[in-house]
Design a protein around this ligand. Structure first.
Ligand code: ADP
Ligand code: GN1
Ligand code: MG
Length: 376
């Protein structure tokens, strides 16, 4: 058997050969900090010595059972956004993603291992951040809010659900219970406190799903993975210029787009911080994000959505903690890990953050109310 690296090089050469680059490929290296797909940065030198960069991505089949459908969504969503950006006088080549086609004119390449790859031009003069200043965090909020606004009239029923029940928190709880019952690797003992934490929070898993069932919260086209590192910031202006990682853009709840950004960015720790004393919600950052997001959505959210925004942060943090814990119990086959207890550490971080949100929930609600009123 070939060593892993050589195997990867072999597949990469095969995939690179499927595209017609405008010069000589001088580098193709792993890139970014995503947990799911494999991303490579390809640098090409043209004859005139200028260079061009591309993002080459292998879509994870473990996460996305039908990558071909995902690619149809990608094309449809980016075409829709491109038209809107053109109409508003923007620059679609920077404000949304585009695709390069294979030599035979396809939107993606399927390799000899049956994996799907796409090639996306690198949006130059932008920066992707894992943590931000308050100003940049607010800029990311405006960008995600604006993204939501641009998609308000997208016909949601025409999109595939790339991961069925993705933010169905009740279903995440069911999957967790199954993993716990099987406990295939005997890891549950080490996670006893976290398992108890989930049990104590079972009712919260139904709050948003119940509001959806009752028609209180509308189903919209949402991004569903609104981490700070899924925004590209313009190097000069510092504005969030392009929303990336559209793989889970599909029908969902706006409160979760708000909530996931809060979970990831309104604190001063990494998602896998081991020192839990560092894991706290920063209410100033929360306020910044709320102000930016509501400016970006520009009145397109309903009153009920506004009221449920703080719940969105709590539930999505709980849900991701449950997902990390489930993956830990099942042997880390979904999220990419760097060490054996990585998913357990990530789960602990989420649960500590959630606890802090619960302790400051009335303040979170008051902040949303303040900016919601201003917008009316
Ligand atoms: P994942 O699903 O693994 O998070 P992403 O699509 O978010 O994959 O890409 C991973 C990283 O690659 C991003 O965080 C960003 O740094 C970078 N990236 C992706 N697409 C582009 C692009 N078109 N231009 C510049 N950087 C990009
Ligand atoms: C994954 O691919 P990436 O790293 O942007 C995950 C999200 C989680 C996130 C946690 C398709 O996002 O749901 O919130 O990790 N994406 C998928 O960092 O499962
Ligand atoms: Mg990403």
């Amino acid at each position: 058997m070939l060593p892993e690296e050589t195997k990867e090089q072999k597949i990469l050469s095969e995939v690179l050969g499927a595209y017609d680059f405008p010069g000589t490929i001088i580098a193709a290296e792993r890139y970014g900090e995503g947990h799911i797909n494999d991303t490579f940065c390809v640098t090409v030198k043209r004859e005139d010595e200028t260079s061009a960069r591309y993002m080459l991505q292998r879509i994870s089949r473990a996460a996305f059972p039908h990558p071909e459908e995902l690619m149809q969504n990608f094309v449809a969503i980016t075409s829709f956004l491109r038209r809107k950006i053109e109409i508003s006088g923007g620059d679609p080549s920077r404000e949304t993603l585009s695709l390069d086609h294979t030599r035979d004119g396809k939107d993606f390449y399927t390799d000899s291992e049956n994996n799907v790859w796409r090639l996306v031009p690198f949006v130059e003069d932008t920066v992707c951040l894992q943590e931000a200043t308050p100003e940049l965090f607010e800029a990311s909020a405006r960008a995600f809010g604006h993204f939501q606004r641009m998609l308000t009239d997208y016909p949601a029923e025409t999109l595939y659900e790339t991961i069925p029940h993705f933010h169905d928190t009740e279903n995440r709880l069911t999957l967790f219970r199954k993993a716990l019952e099987r406990d295939t690797l005997g890891r549950s003992a080490k996670a006893a406190n976290e398992v108890r934490f989930v049990t104590e929070h079972e009712a919260d898993c139904s709050v948003a799903m119940e509001a959806l069932r009752q028609g209180i919260l509308p189903l919209r086209v949402t991004h569903n993975d609104t981490k700070l590192n899924n925004v590209l910031f313009d190097c000069k202006s510092g504005e969030g210029v392009c929303i990336i990682d559209l793989d889970t853009t599909m029908p969902g709840l706006a409160i979760f787009d708000f909530g996931d950004s809060i979970r990831f960015g309104a604190n001063h720790c990494r998602e896998d911080e081991k020192d839990l004393s560092l894991v706290n919600l920063d209410l100033d950052l929360y306020e910044r994000y709320t102000r930016g997001f509501l400016a970006g959505t520009d009145g397109c959210l309903t009153e009920a959505e506004l009221e449920y925004l703080p719940w969105g942060a709590r539930i999505i943090t709980l849900e991701l903690g449950i997902r990390f814990l489930t993956d830990y119990l099942e042997g880390d086959h979904y999220f990419r890990t760097s060490y054996p207890d990585h998913n357990l550490d990530r789960c602990r971080t989420q649960f500590k953050l959630l606890q802090d949100m619960e302790d400051h929930f009335s303040e979170m609600q008051a902040i949303v109310a303040k900016y919601a009123k201003k917008g009316l």
